[in-house]
Design a protein around this ligand. Structure first.
Ligand code: TTP
Ligand code: MG
Length: 355
């Protein structure tokens, strides 16, 4: 039996802004640009009461809550906080799998503190996060990733929730199928059309039927309905390339938000560049528009890029040249290639692996 914790920061960007500017505390705020084409990156809990949420167009947000305050994002700060919380996680276990800047899975079945209680560890982590960052996080504890993630969302904000092994199956029965991992809008509709609304309904169907309805995912849904999820917490994602890309849940055409995404990508790519000691000369940006048209832009420098500031400066300049006036963007990618040492490192092959 494994002991898995999922930690997720509360209203992450917005909480950081309220922490750093007392004027914003207790007020409805949205991180993002308030301009016509802007979208909300995240909203403070005060703003959520008005129905404001991530990815909502800023103008709709403003009409729902006229006193809403828009705050421009400060991605360096969010990144720094993310590094702080990851450091806390690693005090307990090396099995830390970040899912984004503000959330991660931890496998604490065996841990550095020899603490047999995952619940106590989760509470300690929440406490330490608060002491170090003055921010709150929610924690979920259970026997697998699927349930730990649902648990962390259950009592947000500053929530703590445990799904015990003996309660797991009953708990899953009560879940709306929208909350199952891998069930998006389309799958949910398909399930509804077959009268599957909850974990209980799902459990009534045999595996062959679920596979017929949902393909390979049917095997997984069959297991989830029985509270079984064998996915491991993977600390080191295999490095496939020194590039990375993000597909957005919703298309974006807000230059500030796209620049934030690019910054996160650049940080991640650069961390790997340093870890692998792979310093390239060519930087490439890839953009896939909403209509799936892909463009790439590359820039090659005479010398290899060894400093993040330089790396980021070039990326940002390249981003400025991307046309956002015609259609929104569904994916952005970023990579580095053309390193001096590429011939010596047969595992990397950056040219082949770039995107
Ligand atoms: P989430 O964890 O999804 O949201 P949150 O931390 O703001 O709020 P919650 O308390 O419900 O966890 O996302 C983390 C951060 O990622 C969020 O603060 C801003 C950013 N983000 C976007 O920029 N765009 C998006 O569409 C989403 C969902 C998040
Ligand atoms: Mg969060």
């Amino acid at each position: 039996m494994r002991k898995i914790i999922h930690i997720d920061m509360d209203a992450f960007y917005a909480s950081v802004e309220q922490r750093d500017n007392p004027v914003l505390r207790g007020r409805p705020i949205a991180v993002g640009s308030g301009e016509a084409r802007g979208v909300v990156s995240t909203a403070s809990y005060e703003a959520r009461k008005f129905g404001i949420h991530s990815a909502m167009p800023s103008l709709s947000a403003k009409s729902k809550c006229p006193e809403l305050i828009f705050v421009p994002p400060r991605f360096e700060v969010y990144h720094a906080v993310s590094m702080q919380i990851r450091e806390i996680f690693r005090e307990y276990t090396d099995l830390v799998e970040p899912l984004s800047l503000d959330e991660a899975f931890l496998d604490v079945t065996v841990n550095h503190k020899n603490n047999p209680s995952a619940s106590l560890i989760a509470k300690e982590i929440q406490q330490k996060i608060f002491e170090k960052t003055e921010l709150t996080a929610s924690a979920g504890v259970s026997i697998n990733k699927f349930l730990a993630k649902i648990a962390s969302d259950y009592r947000k904000p500053n929530g703590f929730f445990v799904i015990l092994p003996e309660e797991a199956e009953k708990f899953v029965e009560t879940l709306p199928i929208e909350q199952f991992f891998g069930v998006g809008k389309v799958t949910a509709q398909r399930m509804h059309s077959h009268h599957i609304f909850t974990g209980f309904d799902l459990k009534q169907r045999n595996e062959a039927e679920l596979v017929r309805l949902f393909g390979k995912a049917g095997h997984i849904f069959y297991r989830y309905a029985r509270a079984i999820d064998e996915r491991e917490v993977k600390p080191h994602r295999p490095i496939k390339s020194v590039s990375n890309e993000t597909t957005f849940l919703q298309d974006k055409n807000d230059r500030i938000l796209l620049t934030i995404e690019l910054y996160h990508l650049a940080k991640e790519v650069f961390e790997r560049v340093e870890k692998e000691n792979f310093h390239g000369k060519t930087i490439t940006i890839k953009v896939k528009y909403a209509d799936f048209k892909i463009i790439t832009r590359s820039k090659t420098l005479p010398q290899k890029i060894t400093v993040f500031q330089q790396f980021w400066h070039i990326a940002r300049e390249m981003m400025k040249q991307i046309d956002l006036s015609q259609k929104p963007v569904r994916l952005i990618g970023f990579g580095i290639s053309n390193a001096d040492n590429e011939l010596h490192d047969k595992d990397l092959q950056p040219e082949l692996k770039l995107f």
